[in-house]
Design a protein around this ligand. Structure first.
Ligand code: GLU
Length: 467
């Protein structure tokens, strides 16, 4: 019987969720859903000084907004919980005791100053700066003496010499030398667990089968495997994703304002746009068109993960947002229009302008053009409007007064001898005070006769040379 897939997302609630983290969550979620497995959310809040409940609440809300639901996590406890590391002290204490009892871990009394000096000396001598093993051989009496002197020890994991080999799901075969790693700290002198320890213990206890995470964690993996094996567990398979690169070529970071999910959601980007974008940063789909969530799940393959740096760029985001808007239920876009267009006009507005709405800001921009009272045409358009000549505007006004639709209006203007750009450019400029925008036919479906008349009259006055 094959082991069911269990993946996890393990964010630290120390700041806004940025897109690199969201991508990690997404890939882990997609893989679990693809295989009918479980997706676990674990909050890594051992850094008490920097972790904040508000950040945790924001990241839960962000995952919910994206539709990345979790099967176990804060508020969804099961036997492997709790799912906040700050509540898992008992699990770590038990693991420390087991490792100490088996002599796989030992107390280290070296001060941070001693460690720093040793590190510098090693670097100067051209040796890798690993722990020299000063406290590795202390016997019981030696430890008691140091404790009596008031030293509070950290706890180090004893790394045996020999190769550590495994295959990374993205980077292929990996090989590390135990002797190169040095004995590493698993409990700090202040009693808090080191990140790589609590992370490994939890992965083992939560029976995580696949860890997908950023490649900044590559160097933690051999140590985490050793810890899990020493505790009698089976390490998960690890896949390290290339970091997301921002516009400047530097890795996207929490400092990048635009790279935070919250800022995108606030600007009105739709979840589907973010999902389609991120699912392709470091992963290739056979189909490079818009995919709904079930298709994103069905097409997600570990074999399609890539090692090349994944570039995030604004233009791609806008491309997927355009797709998302085209595929969005009308209600989502009508909410953008609400309060900006006359009550009851939302549906017609969205039906006519959907192709021109990328963000709620576009609804705000177009609503007054369609429904509002615009001031005089901008001076930059004066020559264009005047140049069309009074017969052109008179024909347009007569057609609108006679109830003409778009076709009939164009026919009436053609009858004046106007055609092509000389017809459509001034007409668009008169009706919208702009040179770009929705198809005129669609605009005429939503603009009222009185608005059309007022705009055409203003153009006529310009052509007639009136002030
Ligand atoms: N809390 C770690 C982070 O946010 C988790 C790393 C991992 O996924 O193992 O980087």
């Amino acid at each position: 019987m094959s082991v069911p897939v269990i993946t996890r997302f393990a964010p630290s609630p120390t700041g806004a969720l940025h897109l690199g983290n969201v991508r990690t969550a997404l890939f882990s979620w997609l893989y679990a859903r693809r295989h009918g497995g479980r997706f676990v959310l674990r909050i890594e809040d051992t850094d008490r000084a920097r972790s904040e409940p508000a950040h945790e609440a924001a990241l839960l809300a962000a995952l919910q907004w994206l539709g990345l639901d979790w099967d176990a996590g804060p508020g969804r406890d099961d036997l492997a919980g709790p799912y906040r590391q700050s509540e898992r002290g008992a699990a770590y204490a038990a693991a420390y005791s087991r490792l100490e009892a088996a002599d796989r871990a030992y107390p280290c009394f070296c001060s941070s100053l001693e460690l720093e000096l040793a590190r510098k000396a090693a670097l100067l001598a051209g040796r890798p700066p690993r722990y020299a093993g000063t406290c590795a051989g202390l016997d019981g009496a030696g430890r008691d003496r140091r404790r009596a002197e008031g030293a509070s020890p950290s706890l180090r994991f004893r790394v045996a010499a020999g190769p550590i080999e495994y295959t990374d799901l993205v980077r292929g075969p990996q090989r590390f030398e135990g002797a190169d790693l040095g004995d590493f700290v698993i409990r700090r002198a202040d009693g808090t667990p080191a990140f790589l320890f609590s992370n490994a213990v939890d992965d083992a206890q939560m029976r995580i089968t696949h860890v997908l995470r950023g490649e900044d964690h590559v160097a933690n993996t051999p140590r985490q495997r050793l810890v899990i094996e020493a505790l009698g567990g089976t390490p998960p398979a690890y896949g390290h994703l290339p970091l997301l690169i921002g516009a400047g070529g530097a890795p996207l970071s929490k400092r990048d304002g635009a790279a935070s999910l919250a800022s995108l959601a606030q600007a009105g980007y739709l979840p589907g746009a973010v999902l389609n974008l991120l699912a392709r940063l470091g992963h290739r789909y056979a189909d490079d068109g818009w995919l709904e969530v079930p298709a994103l799940v069905a097409g997600f393959e570990l074999a399609a993960l890539g090692r090349a740096p994944a570039h995030f760029d604004e233009a791609q985001l806008r491309h997927w947002q355009k797709e998302a808007v085209q595929h969005a239920p009308a209600g989502v876009l009508e909410a953008w229009a609400k309060g900006r267009v006359p009550p009851g006009a939302e549906q017609a507005f969205v039906a006519a302008l959907r192709a021109n709405l990328l963000l709620p800001a576009d609804a705000a921009e177009w609503a007054p053009i369609v429904y509002g009272e615009l001031a005089c045409p901008p001076p930059a358009l004066g020559a264009l409007l005047a140049g069309a000549g009074t017969p052109f505007w008179e024909a347009a006004l007569a057609a609108i007064a006679a109830g003409a639709d778009y076709e009939a209006l164009v026919a009436a203007l053609k009858a004046t001898g106007a055609k092509g750009a000389a017809l459509f450019k001034p007409l668009r400029a008169a009706l919208t005070h702009r040179l770009d925008g929705p198809e005129l036919a669609r605009l005429l479906e939503v603009m009222s006769r009185s608005t059309l008349t007022l705009r055409l009259e203003a153009a006529h006055r310009l052509a007639a040379g009136a002030p």
